[in-house]
Design a protein around this ligand. Structure first.
Ligand SMILES: NC(=O)c1ccc[n+]([C@@H]2O[C@H](COP(=O)([O-])OP(=O)(O)OC[C@H]3O[C@@H](n4cnc5c(N)ncnc54)[C@H](OP(=O)(O)O)[C@@H]3O)[C@@H](O)[C@H]2O)c1
Length: 289
């Protein structure tokens, strides 16, 4: 069995490769791809095949996918271009006769109207029409998006957002990646949809309170209208279009669109998912170390 992992030069894909190795998959059965493969020289040293490929370059994809039985398509980061990029990847997976393509989509992609989901919805549609057997890994937001902002939350004593008191089923990126590896390594995962979220959903007020308790410093949640929060993100350096997408995702959280109760993630992991408070405490202690 050979596995091709796209986006392996990034955080999620690398963790999938590590999880496959932890599961006993032979290193030489794993092909790790991305544009900047110098970032994964350490995986190559452990016997993983590394092949450069670019979602915009079909020939590089075909070369990287040679012999692939299972392909993980990690969604690209180039919003606006990535639907075509994903189309390229799916086409080449079909061309090499892959038996499974797993795609990292977004929670509730079949019914959410958040802007962030549009590329994923388009990709799910391409997959449905492609003829390749596929599995949808509908990932919720990463808790890491929030723990990555701890220094800013602590500096300002505030978490800002537009999620009101909506509950969010965010999960750690490493839990979601481990689940992707479990799906890939499984014998019978064809044509399945996994709704992958944390077992313990939380509100932004709970996030702020947890950060306050864990750090011993006061942190509150300040809810802003979507337009105002968009401008805050622009002021922090984000491009207007991306800021609008992120603030709109908070609108979706407020409306319960990123709330998931399937239990799929903990079932795939065989354990409870990492909770937001545990992730916050771990991030704080690694920042102090
Ligand atoms: N659920 C969430 O909260 C959340 C948050 C952030 C992102 N995401 C999505 O999840 C994906 C994985 O997350 P991550 O944390 O691993 O992001 P990341 O660390 O930025 O990794 C992105 C990966 O995509 C690859 N990539 C981007 N454009 C490419 C192209 N044109 N051709 C080939 N590879 C390309 C990058 O490889 P090279 O740069 O080496 O080409 C890298 O390996 C992201 O790309 C994004 O779609 C989800």
């Amino acid at each position: 069995m050979s596995y091709v992992i796209t986006g392996a030069t990034g955080h999620f894909g690398r963790h999938v490769v590590e999880s496959l190795l932890d599961r006993g998959v032979a290193a030489d059965n794993i092909v790790a791809t991305g544009r900047t493969i110098s970032r994964i020289d350490d995986l190559a040293e452990r016997g993983v095949q590394t092949r450069a490929s670019d979602y915009d370059d079909p020939e590089s994809l075909r070369a990287a996918f040679a012999g692939a039985e299972k392909v993980l398509l990690v969604s690209g980061s180039d919003v606006g271009r990535r639907v075509q990029q994903h189309r390229n990847v799916i086409k080449e997976a079909v061309a090499v006769g892959a038996r499974l393509l797993a795609y990292t989509s977004i929670s509730n992609a079949d019914r959410t109207d958040i802007l962030l989901a549009a590329d994923h919805q388009a990709t799910e549609q391409i997959l449905a029409n492609s003829g390749v057997p596929f599995t949808l890994l509908r990932n919720n937001l990463y808790i890491d998006n929030y723990t990555g902002q701890l220094p800013s939350y602590l500096e300002h004593g505030a978490v800002l957002g537009s999620a009101d008191d909506g509950r969010l089923s965010a999960a750690t990126r490493s839990d979601l990646a481990e689940a992707a590896a479990a799906v890939l390594a499984s014998r019978d995962q064809l044509d399945q949809v996994y709704e992958l979220g944390g077992d313990e959903a939380f509100t932004y007020s709970e996030l702020a309170a947890t950060i306050g308790e864990a750090s011993g410093r006061p942190v509150v949640y300040r809810d802003l209208p979507v337009e105002e929060y968009t401008q805050v993100l622009v002021g922090a350096g984000l491009p207007q279009s991306y800021a609008a997408v992120l603030a709109d995702a908070d609108r979706g959280i407020a409306e319960g669109q990123l709330y998931v109760t399937s239990g799929d993630l903990s079932r795939l992991l065989g354990r409870r998912t990492t909770s937001m408070p545990d992730a916050v405490r771990a991030a704080l202690s690694s920042a102090q170390a």
